[in-house]
Design a protein around this ligand. Structure first.
Ligand SMILES: NC(=O)c1ccc[n+]([C@@H]2O[C@H](COP(=O)([O-])OP(=O)(O)OC[C@H]3O[C@@H](n4cnc5c(N)ncnc54)[C@H](OP(=O)(O)O)[C@@H]3O)[C@@H](O)[C@H]2O)c1
Length: 216
């Protein structure tokens, strides 16, 4: 698959490394060409660097891995309003979490994924990879006690969700159907809540019982 990556930071590096070693073709991009070039070189000889517009054109899949506050500006720079993302599978891992307060810097009930979907005309947006720290996405594989990490996905386009499911299994994780994009606000709020617990040293995983334990 051809994957364009918007961003040259931790998430771009973590997921980029996983997908490069799974044999996908990558182009990384950012506002600083030297950073994009350096990341491309780190990810492998076949990985290209370009502008954000070039990365969008390159990928049938586009990963948005920039800070949430910069997403609108980056998408505009890539021509989102004029259709550059049309028919692309857009993977959004962004979390608009306010540091220290662990709430979302978004209008109530909204989500980054839905905002991206509104801005990027014709894009098939899938929310994914937002629940775990970048260090987890660097693990090969991200599995614990022999159990692959579950990665919930929210998206409206069944074909796009299927493609992102395959990108999840490529890195040794297990995809979970999180429903349509209307449920992305829940997934983004879950991240904010869990990050707030982890930041206080609380084991967030322990708040959920094993499935078998509930009498449902
Ligand atoms: N870190 C995590 O553990 C984690 C986990 C899950 C999801 N996420 C989400 O993933 C996204 C990326 O996080 P990250 O950890 O990779 O962040 P990061 O390492 O700080 O990298 C941020 C990227 O955003 C770019 N950027 C920032 N402001 C920009 C602007 N005004 N215009 C253009 N580009 C700008 C940076 O470019 P420069 O280098 O040029 O500044 C860099 O490429 C965020 O939305 C975050 O919420 C992060």
């Amino acid at each position: 698959m051809r994957i364009g990556i918007l961003g040259t930071g931790n998430m771009a590096a973590a997921l980029g490394a996983q997908w490069a070693s799974s044999g996908h073709e990558l182009m990384v991009s950012g506002r600083q060409p030297a950073k994009a070039e350096a990341l491309a070189q780190r990810l492998g000889r076949s990985v290209r660097a370009g502008t954000v517009a070039e990365a969008v054109e390159f990928g049938s899949v586009v990963l948005i891995a920039v800070l949430s506050g910069a997403v609108r500006e980056v998408l505009s720079a890539a021509g989102a309003e004029s259709g550059s993302f049309c028919d692309k599978v857009v993977v959004d891992c962004s979390n608009a979490v306010v540091p220290g307060r662990f709430v979302l810097d978004l209008p109530a009930g909204s989500s980054m994924a839905e905002q991206i979907s509104e801005q990027a005309v014709g894009a098939k947006v899938v929310k994914a990879f937002n629940l775990c720290h970048e260090s987890i996405w660097r693990l090969t594989p991200p599995a614990f006690d022999g159990r692959p990490l579950l990665v919930p996905l929210c998206g409206d386009d069944a074909g796009a969700v299927e493609i992102v499911r395959s990108l999840v299994t490529d890195i040794g994780c297990e995809p979970a159907d999180g429903g349509g994009l209307e449920r992305a606000p829940l997934l983004e709020a879950t991240a904010a809540f869990a990050i707030g617990l982890w930041a206080r040293g609380v084991e967030a995983q322990a708040m959920l019982p094993p499935f078998e334990a509930a009498d449902m």
